[in-house]
Write a protein that binds this ligand. Structure first.
Ligand SMILES: NC(=O)c1ccc[n+]([C@@H]2O[C@H](COP(=O)([O-])OP(=O)(O)OC[C@H]3O[C@@H](n4cnc5c(N)ncnc54)[C@H](OP(=O)(O)O)[C@@H]3O)[C@@H](O)[C@H]2O)c1
Length: 430
């Protein structure tokens, strides 16, 4: 990716594993039809994680999450403007009766119980998770709540979000969360979400662009974008750019010590959930997005995930100069791959979607898949790391295309051009 060396001495070196190298090699074989490359890369991915899914028990994943939650690096917050049950937003705390345990985690096999989270504390950092109602987004939401974040579940279905919040309350006894409607397939909905969030006047410390669809039959979003491109990339692009002024305002506040010296400023993290599928695209070819005849469900998924990485790198570069007095970045942007995870994402993948419980056995659990994005949200050691693609808690190599700064800029410019006749503010993002 772009700047794999962050602004501090904390140098990040991507370490491609043998499997990574094989996948990158397949991705470069342009003599192979696109769909073959996608399938070979996906097949290798499944095989390499088969053992892990079977033998690395879920309990150990839970304890890794517990460790991340306990060590969480929370940003300093300014008093008075976080979601507060006593400050006129009474409905923002999920209004379900509390259970009595008082512990942040109650599921069996989750390792040491966490210290109780003080639910009456209104001074919480705030996180938004898109697609929070299921899969990796659900697990990420849970971990952020356990770490002390107030979490906004940004989902397209109120019912699904309510179910998820009920489940979270049952599993953790935590309620400092709310639902806001977001349909990434509609620019009007994304804009509506951004405006509603701005009106609330809340800060924003963590944005997890997690929602996604994969391998879907050809369709267009409300605004005419090919749907995987529209949901996975364009929707998140508009959401992030719309919320950026809120994030910038959030990090402009710095606590000071008794002598009035600025301490390490507040900070924010943006996490874009991409995929190894990006390596199947050796070129960024807009025709694949525009011409229905060139549509291939896996190829177009790979394009959208390539765009997630290009967006991460370019945004990271654009935000690099925004540093506090000690030269630390105020806003970091990173991308990640969850691994092959048994979630609803496979509902359009014939064969796999019918495997049911077997799929759960072959693939990673949602908690295992969410581990890297939780790490990027919470871990102190990545606080100054930006513009990097992670998998399995480590920086990983991306494809040559995704690393190419010209391609990163091309994806950005192309997206802005696609948006200019639809959103007047898009010209300010050029
Ligand atoms: N699972 C894997 O093997 C894998 C591998 C690589 C990358 N990833 C990436 O991981 C991320 C999370 O996926 P997952 O595996 O956790 O799948 P998942 O359980 O299907 O979750 C996807 C989430 O995205 C939401 N979503 C879909 N379309 C949306 C829209 N138009 N507006 C708002 N939200 C929308 C879904 O909402 P509904 O419930 O309403 O549909 C769901 O909450 C995705 O970005 C995916 O590309 C997953």
């Amino acid at each position: 990716m772009g700047d794999t060396t962050p602004s501090t001495s904390n140098v990040v070196v991507a370490q491609p594993s043998v499997v990574d190298q094989a996948q990158l090699w397949i991705g470069r074989q342009t003599a192979l039809p696109n769909s073959w490359r996608c399938n070979l890369i996906g097949g290798l991915e499944f095989l390499s994680h088969f053992g892990e899914a079977l033998f690395e028990g879920r309990i150990s994943t839970r304890s890794r999450i517990t460790r991340l939650v306990r060590m969480a690096d929370l940003p300093a917050i300014e008093g008075g403007h976080t979601p507060n049950p006593g400050a006129g937003h009474n409905n923002d705390y999920y209004p379900r009766p509390r259970r009595s345990s008082g512990f942040g985690q109650t599921e069996e096999g989750e390792g040491t119980p966490l210290a109780p989270v003080d639910q009456t504390d209104s001074r919480r950092p705030v996180a938004i998770v898109t697609g929070a109602n299921s899969g990796c987004g659900y697990e990420t939401t849970k971990a952020l709540l356990q770490a002390g974040y107030f979490v906004v579940l940004a989902c397209r279905s109120a019912l699904a979000a309510e179910h998820a919040m009920d489940r979270i309350v049952q599993e953790t006894d935590l309620r400092h969360m709310t639902f806001m409607e977001l349909d990434l397939a509609s620019l009007e909905s994304v804009q509506g979400f951004v405006e509603a969030y701005r009106r609330r006047g809340w800060p924003l410390h963590v944005l997890v662009n997690n929602a996604g669809i994969m391998n879907t039959p050809y369709a267009r979003t409300a605004d005419g974008f090919e749907s995987q491109w529209g949901v996975n990339h364009v929707g998140h692009f508009v959401l992030t750019m719309g919320l950026l002024p809120v994030i910038k305002r959030t990090v402009s506040w710095s606590p000071s010590d008794k002598q009035g010296n600025e301490k390490r400023s507040s900070f924010a993290r943006i996490i874009n959930v991409s995929s190894v599928a990006h390596v199947s695209e050796p070129n960024f070819d807009p025709a694949v997005l525009e011409d229905p005849a060139k549509y291939h469900p896996l190829v177009n998924y790979g394009m959208s995930k390539l765009a997630n990485i290009c967006f991460t790198a370019e945004l990271s570069r654009r935000l690099a100069a925004d540093q506090d007095l000690q030269g630390h970045r105020r806003i970091t942007v990173n991308a990640c791959h969850p691994g092959p995870v048994s979630t609803g994402l496979y509902r359009y993948t014939p064969g796999l979607s019918k495997l049911g419980t077997l799929l759960d056995m072959i693939l990673l659990s949602p908690a295992q898949g969410a581990l890297t994005q939780i790490y990027l949200c919470l871990a102190p050691e990545v606080r100054d790391v930006s513009g990097v693609y992670f998998f399995d808690l480590e920086p990983r190599a991306t494809s040559e295309t995704a690393r190419n700064v010209q391609v990163q800029k091309q994806v950005w410019d192309y997206t802005v051009r696609q948006l200019t006749d639809k959103l007047p503010q898009a010209k300010d993002w050029a």
